[in-house]
Design a protein around this ligand. Sequence first.
Ligand code: CP
Length: 364
Amino acid sequence: MVDPQFSESKNLLVENPLDSGGLYPDPGQLIVKDKVNLKILKKLVGQSILSVNQFDKELVLEICKLAALLEATEIAESHPLNGKIVITAFFEASTRTRLSFESAVLRLNGKIITIPDARQTGVAKGESLADIGEMFNAYGDLVVMRHTETDAVQKIMKNLRLPLINAGNGSGEHPTQALADWFAILKWKPELKKDKVKPENRIHLGILGTPGSMRAVNSFLRMSLLFKPGIRKISIISEMADPLGPELQETLEKSDLDFVITNDINVVLSDMDVIYMNSIAFLGDSYKTLDSRFKLDAGSNLKEDAVVLHPLARLDELDPALDGTHHNLYFTQAHGAVFIRQALFISVLNRFDRLPKKDVPLSN
Ligand code: CP
C-alpha cells in the first residue's frame, strides 16, 4: 500500500505495487489539499449507475478522490460493507470487471453471490431478465450486471428494486470503466481536473475504435467531454466511415472541441499525449487483419511522455513490449478499478459512516 501521508510528489513512487513495469502515479496527488466532499457523493446513495450521462465533472472528481483515498489508505479493518450482499450477474464473459467488483466487495468485508455465466441460470431454460430481476430483490442489496444485449438494463430494471450498476451492456455503455480510465488519467496528470488548464498542459487524446458501437470507448469519450478544459484535440482512429454515429457526432460537434477522424494511427501518433487503445479485432471483418495503422509496439513513434490506456483484454493491437515502459498506464488503469468500484459501493450503499475518520478526510 501507498504511504498514507499523501505525498505531494509529482512523479512516480519508488515502490510500484504493480511490480510489472509501467507507470504507477501516486494517488496522493488527487487528495493533497482537498477533503472528499460527502455532500456531492451522497447524490449516489441508493442510485443505479447506468450511464456516463448521469455524471458531471464534480461527481467524477469526488468519486476519484474517494478512490484515491481508498488506494492510499488501509481501511479494510473498518469493514465498510459489513452485512451487505452484492450480486454480480455476468451474462457475458469478463476477466477484470467481475473480479475487480468482487475484489472490491470482499476487501470491504461485504459478501457476494455471483453468476459467472448465463448458462448457469434459468436463462438456459428461457427465463426472462425481468423475472430474474424480481428474484434478485430477495437475494441481495445491490446488483452488478454485464450483458451481451444493450437493452438488458431496461429489461432487468422492469422488476428490480435494488440499485443496479451497469458493468457493460452490449454495444451501449461501460460507465465504471470510464471512471477507472479517468481515475488513471487524473493520477497521471492531476492538473486536468482544473477548469482552467494552461495551454502547454492540455492533451491531445487519441481513441482507437468506434465509439458509436463499442461501449468502453463510448463511455470514455462521453466522460472525456467533462474534462474539456484539459483537452487540446481528440483524434478518433477508425476504419469505419462513421465511427461515432449521429448522436455522438452531434455531441462532439456541440462540444466545440477540435476533433479529427483518421484511419491510420501513425498520422497522429507523434502528437498524441494519451492513446486509448481498444481490441477492435473483436469487431467484425474489416478489422480482422490488423495492420500497423491500428497497432502500437516498441517501434511506434510515441511522444516521449505519452501514455497508453487500454480497457483490456488486448489482442495484437497492443504489443506486450510496451508493458515495461513508462508509456504503460493500462495496468494502473486496471488495478485502480478496484478502488473506483469500492468508492461506488460505499456511496451507493451509504456506508460513509464506516470509513475511519482519522485516515479518510471527509467534509459534509
Ligand atoms: N475492461 C473490461 O471490461 O474487461 P473485462 O471484459 O475482462 O471485464
